[in-house]
Design a protein around this ligand. Structure first.
Ligand SMILES: NC(=O)C1=CN([C@@H]2O[C@H](COP(=O)(O)OP(=O)(O)OC[C@H]3O[C@@H](n4cnc5c(N)ncnc54)[C@H](O)[C@@H]3O)[C@@H](O)[C@H]2O)C=CC1
Ligand SMILES: O=C(CO)COP(=O)(O)O
Length: 335
């Protein structure tokens, strides 16, 4: 039995709600903090989060609150707000967090402006916390419905990773422990950018062969950047790397994939950024990934192409032509 009895989940969106349900199913006291009072009210009164998981009513009784002071009760915290809010959220919980509490970063992204991984932001803002991350192929709706899912939970300290995996394991939710914080984060961040590219190929009706080629070449990019940043190869081929890339590059259930799908169908980027207010983290990560590639001297042609389309300097058709007309090279070459 893990020592993490009370788990505070920060973020009342789809993934935060699904993870709070998972913690409750794992036998934990689960407290869900949401910024939005309507979300808290619906969870308390109807066991629903209609704004983010409209088709789901759950049996579990979650404690829901808008008061960040709930963090003071946490044996472990799961931070599940969008990646670009990580720094402000961590600063906001600083007065409430007990020293030595694991803070599990569950967003998939890299900080704009600094190019920092989310664990690096944690080190800046809350050096007294145990850094951890949770990532892998897992749609919030699948998890909330109790469909079988496996993810990676990484912490620098292997014993903390094992204990977190134990604390969150439920009959339909299987966490694998790891100590590779960098590998898990690079995989989770880059797959969103690559999924936009795959969605665009599908939206343009270029065929399943093109989609598979792009996924495999996307994996080569993810692996190159991961290796340059110190990720372990087995992490990149694991759940949080290849596993999540395959899921996100193949399913319109992914918001990043469906963002790309609409792009490929000819919708302008400007329309899509506001489309239903849906979060597509890859839109924020594309340009940062390109900058990280330059910093680490690795070539990321698909990420560069996605960034250029999002910036409006390339059309989807020109982007695909540019990718297809790159100089021929050996498959294992580092570019
Ligand atoms: N939905 C999914 O299937 C999965 C999502 N993720 C990741 O989890 C992260 C969160 O995604 P979702 O929950 O899906 O997004 P969402 O759009 O469903 O929910 C985002 C939540 O964050 C809140 N929020 C936004 N800005 C905030 C701020 N400044 N301060 C406090 N709260 C704020 C919103 O009110 C909302 O409750 C993303 O990085 C995503 O990539 C990871 C795995 C699966
Ligand atoms: O990360 C996810 C699945 O693992 C969710 O993907 P989207 O954010 O693209 O919906």
């Amino acid at each position: 039995m893990s020592g993490y009895r009370t788990i505070v989940v920060l973020g009342g969106g789809s993934w935060g709600t699904a993870l709070a349900l998972t913690a409750a199913r794992a036998g934990r006291e689960a407290i869900l903090w949401a910024r939005d009072a309507d979300v808290v009210a619906a969870i308390r009164s109807r066991q629903q989060n209609p704004a983010y998981l409209p088709s789901i009513t759950f049996d579990e009784v979650l404690e829901a609150t808008t008061d960040l002071a709930a963090v003071s009760r946490a044996d472990a915290v799961l931070l599940v707000t969008p990646a670009q809010t990580t720094r402000s959220m961590l600063a906001a919980i600083r007065p409430h967090l007990k020293p030595g509490t694991p803070v599990v970063l569950c967003a998939k992204g890299i900080e704009r402006g600094t190019g920092k991984l989310l664990t690096e932001i944690l080190e800046d803002e809350l050096p007294q916390a145990h850094p951890a991350v949770l990532s892998g192929p897992s749609f919030a709706e699948d998890v909330a419905r109790g469909l079988p899912t496996a993810v990676t939970v990484a912490a620098r300290d292997g014993a903390v990773a094992d204990a977190l995996a134990q604390a969150l394991a439920a009959p339909s939710f299987r966490p694998y422990a790891s100590t590779d914080l960098v590998g898990v984060q690079v995989g989770g961040a880059l797959k969103n950018v690559l999924a936009i590219a795959c969605g665009a190929v599908v939206g343009r009706r270029l065929g399943a062969s093109a989609q598979a080629a792009l996924t495999a070449r996307g994996f080569a990019e993810l692996s190159r950047l991961g290796a340059a940043m110190g990720a372990r190869p087995e992490t990149l081929t694991g759940l949080s790397g290849l596993g999540d890339l395959v899921l996100t590059c193949s399913s319109p259930q992914s918001r990043n994939f469906s963002f790309g799908l609409h792009l490929g169908e000819g919708r302008p980027v400007g329309d899509l950024v506001t489309l239903g207010g849906k979060l597509a983290e890859g839109v924020h990560t594309a340009r940062i990934a390109v900058e990280l590639g330059r910093r680490h001297k690795v070539s990321l042609p698909i990420c560069e192409t996605v960034a250029a389309v999002l910036d409006g300097t390339l059309t989807v058709d020109d982007a695909l032509t540019a990718l297809m007309s790159r100089p021929l090279k050996r498959e294992a070459e580092q570019s």
